[in-house]
Write a protein that binds this ligand. Structure first.
Ligand code: ATP
Ligand code: MG
Length: 400
């Protein structure tokens, strides 16, 4: 673990002249960051190539430019005291350029590890010396010769592009070397990693945040269900998670955030296997979809922590005050089942359910598989939260 750094002065909210914070990326994570920062009195600049974007609608300033535009980066750096990212694939060089003018958290170095699956797995392997939690067995693939040399023990497996994968994109399930060759060619022979297919019992994620003073907080274990490679629900506390598994996963996530000397919010995804063992999958150097429940169910939300960390303020209390189930709302809901006929989901009925908190991201163009919003059900008991989420599924026409 790294030693604690002595923080420089914090960037406190101030009315005149206003204190500005910046975020790279204009998606829904940026939008919820803007809301949290503005609630604390900051003004927020968003840098994003698309004019019509969820965070842009909420921002005080939308800098509409590519992530590598030098003029845009200097404007962001001059305007903002601190800059963060909501978009995992923001070029690390752009964060380095910004760091010459503003406090950048997380750092370009930390973000670049998370952008590269192989570098990430190597880093996890180093962390495992302390935590005992290893990544899945895997092998780097850059050529047909690498495929010929694959040990049979890695098959069946999943071929993943080393960079730029999300929501299950850039992945192929393979069971023979011939499958791997075909999938590798399909991915245009870019650098890939082949992972052994593991017998998953369930999937969990652990949200951690670390301040500029080196103090870290860890959230409860979130249990995640995916459908078609996209997060479907997050249930917290995870109903299948034993106290022993929870503390191992939390300790592993804390080891990762400290060893990276990370400042900001980090989400670490784990697999729990059928034999009960824990495997670390990947990390996201930003707030995460599985952490949206924190807005309604925790004392300080993941976005509130992101604001505090980048402003070099003390972190907030990560405790959960209500049981929670978060349901992702995909563009599919805006169409009659199995057809292209548009419809508007019955939000009046959904928000009438006990403990419902609806969050829509201001996207006016629903498409199949597109994340349009989420709804979090909070309750005194997990059973109640689950029940109300199931009612919402029935109202919305999705299989609970
Ligand atoms: P996201 O952006 O949604 O987190 P991603 O595209 O970065 O996804 P992964 O998280 O690596 O990809 O994988 C997506 C899903 O595929 C996992 O949540 C899990 O359900 C399944 N999966 C990935 N790797 C393995 C593995 N080695 N064994 C079994 N299942 C796996
Ligand atoms: Mg993932």
């Amino acid at each position: 673990m790294t030693s604690k750094t002595v923080p420089a002065a914090s960037f406190k909210p101030q009315a005149s002249p206003s204190t500005w914070l910046g975020v790279m990326g204009g998606g829904q994570l940026g939008r919820m960051f803007v809301h949290a920062a503005q609630a604390m009195g900051y003004k927020v600049a968003v840098l994003e190539p698309a004019k019509d974007c969820p965070a842009g609608h909420a921002a005080d300033d939308l800098i509409c430019a590519s992530y590598t535009d030098a003029a845009a980066l200097s404007r962001m750096g001059a305007e903002c005291k601190a800059v963060t990212t909501e978009f995992e694939n923001v070029p690390a060089e752009s964060l380095s350029a910004l760091a010459r003018h503003a406090f950048v958290a997380p750092s370009a170095t930390a973000v670049s590890v998370a952008q590269d699956r192989l570098a990430e797995k190597q880093f996890f392997t180093e962390c495992a010396r302390q935590s005992g939690v290893m990544p899945a067995p895997h092998q780097r693939i850059t050529s047909l010769a690498d495929i010929d040399a694959l040990p049979d023990s890695l098959l069946p497996g999943i071929l993943k592009t080393n960079r730029l994968g999300y929501d299950g994109k850039g992945q192929a399930r393979v069971s023979t070397k011939a499958n791997v060759r075909a999938a590798f060619e399909e991915m245009k022979n870019v650098e890939c990693v082949l992972e052994k297919m593991l017998p998953l019992a369930y999937e969990i994620s652990v949200l951690v945040a670390r301040g500029a003073d080196g103090e870290a907080v860890v959230y409860p274990i979130a249990e995640n269900v995916h459908r078609d490679g996209i997060l479907f629900t997050t249930t917290v506390p995870g109903p299948n998670v034993s106290p022993e598994c929870a503390s191992r996963a939390q300790a592993a996530a804390l080891e990762i955030i400290h060893r990276l000397d990370y400042v900001g919010v980090l989400c670490v995804e784990f697999f729990v296997l059928k034999d009960g063992s824990l495997v670390v999958n990947e990390m996201a150097p930003r707030p995460h979809n599985s952490g949206h429940y924190t807005i309604d169910a925790c004392i300080t939300s993941q976005f509130g922590q992101q604001v505090r960390a980048m402003a070099r303020l003390p972190l907030g209390d990560a405790r959960q005050h209500s049981s929670a189930v978060m349901l992702n709302l995909l563009g599919d809901l805006w169409f009659e089942q199995g057809s292209k006929t548009p419809r508007e989901p019955a939000w009046d009925k959904v928000v009438a359910l006990p403990g419902a908190n609806l969050h829509l991201y201001g996207k006016d163009d629903p498409r199949l598989g597109r994340k349009m919003g989420h709804v979090t059900f909070v309750a005194n008991t997990l059973d109640d939260a689950i029940r109300h989420c199931e009612s919402a599924c029935r109202i919305l026409g999705v299989e609970p």
